[in-house]
Design a binder for this molecule. Structure first.
Ligand code: GLU
Length: 317
């Protein structure tokens, strides 16, 4: 894979990124509504790069499972677009940046129950509802999808295949008043077919999937590879391109502009501290560090990606 001439080989570069960006002090925050996330040590930092030529490079805690949280939204959208019912989905959710926080109620009320995009919570609840019209358990379907895309092969000794942390999900569900409020709003505007509680419970279990940076980088590869996944075609090239566009404009909560400015690549973050980034035609990158900035994006992860894109020249611009 080509990087700028001054950059060291990728494996060494990732080691240097870990040395520079692994947090040395406990700065940043964790979300108050998900008790499990407060138990993760602040100094965890991992990064993995899966290339379209089939190689995987990684460093730091890239083999440690973490809670994927909103990164799940990229994959549930891909699953929804696979089904041949995309017109029905796009009549229920828009593709515009929200400019408000990911769980804001105000915009949904003002815009009559049509979420701005599939990557804010209201939009992901609609995507979940859309999937639940065809499967009894969208979270289990997502887990199968991610496991297959991550390579499906036996993990290294002592490592897990992707799994749903049901205890973490139960803990989050107990503090899900706001997501339930969003779901009830959607229901009131006739933009939810299943009961609000069923949709929220399934959505929270999707967010509670545990994966490593290596697994997530592999799983996201189809987005960098014209829709071609590790085991075959996942999406048409045009659909993969469109998901990349939505990641660029809507993937980082209301900091999408700042992230595009600093990193110049489509990304999706989760409040578990992970960020999945796509370099079209070249690779998928996953970085993880659990402490967040004020907008809910990984502090060290964002800094590391800005550094990596500067040093490699990877950018869509
Ligand atoms: N499960 C989290 C929530 O719904 C996901 C938030 C996120 O990662 O953006 O609050």
């Amino acid at each position: 894979m080509s990087t700028t001439l001054s950059a060291p080989p990728l494996g060494l570069l990732l080691e240097d990124i870990v040395r520079r960006h692994r947090p040395r002090q406990d700065a940043g925050s964790v979300p108050g509504n998900i008790p499990f996330l407060a138990t993760v040590p602040f100094d965890r930092f991992g990064i993995a790069v899966a290339t379209t030529s089939g190689e995987v490079f990684s460093s730091g805690d890239a083999g440690v499972p973490f809670s994927i949280q909103s990164i799940s939204k990229v994959f549930t959208l891909a699953m929804a677009l696979q089904g041949g019912r995309s017109a029905a989905l796009w009549s229920r959710v828009l593709r515009e940046p929200s400019g408000t926080s990911f769980n804001s109620l105000v915009q949904l009320e003002a815009e009559k129950g049509i979420p701005r995009n599939p990557f804010i919570n209201a939009g992901a609840l609609v995507v979940t509802d859309h999937l639940l019209e065809e499967t009894p358990d969208a979270a289990a379907q997502l887990l199968r999808f991610l496991t297959e895309q991550a390579g499906n092969h036996a993990p290294e000794p002592g490592q897990h295949a992707p799994f749903i942390d049901e205890d973490a999900a139960a803990g989050e569900l107990a503090g899900s008043s706001r997501n339930l409020a969003l779901a009830h709003f959607l229901k009131d505007f006739a933009n939810l077919t299943q009961p609000a509680g069923v949709v929220v419970e399934n959505y929270v279990r999707q967010c509670s999937i545990m994966m490593t940076c290596v697994q997530l980088a592999r799983a996201g590869l189809f987005l960098a590879n014209d829709g071609q996944g590790t085991t075959g075609r996942v999406l048409a090239p045009s659909e993969a391109k469109r998901i990349g566009s939505i990641m660029l404009t809507c993937g980082m909560y209301d900091a999408a502009g700042e992230f595009a400015y600093r990193v110049g690549l489509p990304g999706k973050s989760g409040v578990g501290g992970g960020i999945l980034v796509i370099v079209p035609g070249q690779c998928a990158i996953c970085v993880w560090s659990p402490r967040l900035d004020a907008k809910g994006n990984s502090l060290a992860g964002t800094a590391a990606l800005a550094d990596l894109s500067d040093r490699t020249g990877w950018s869509v611009f």
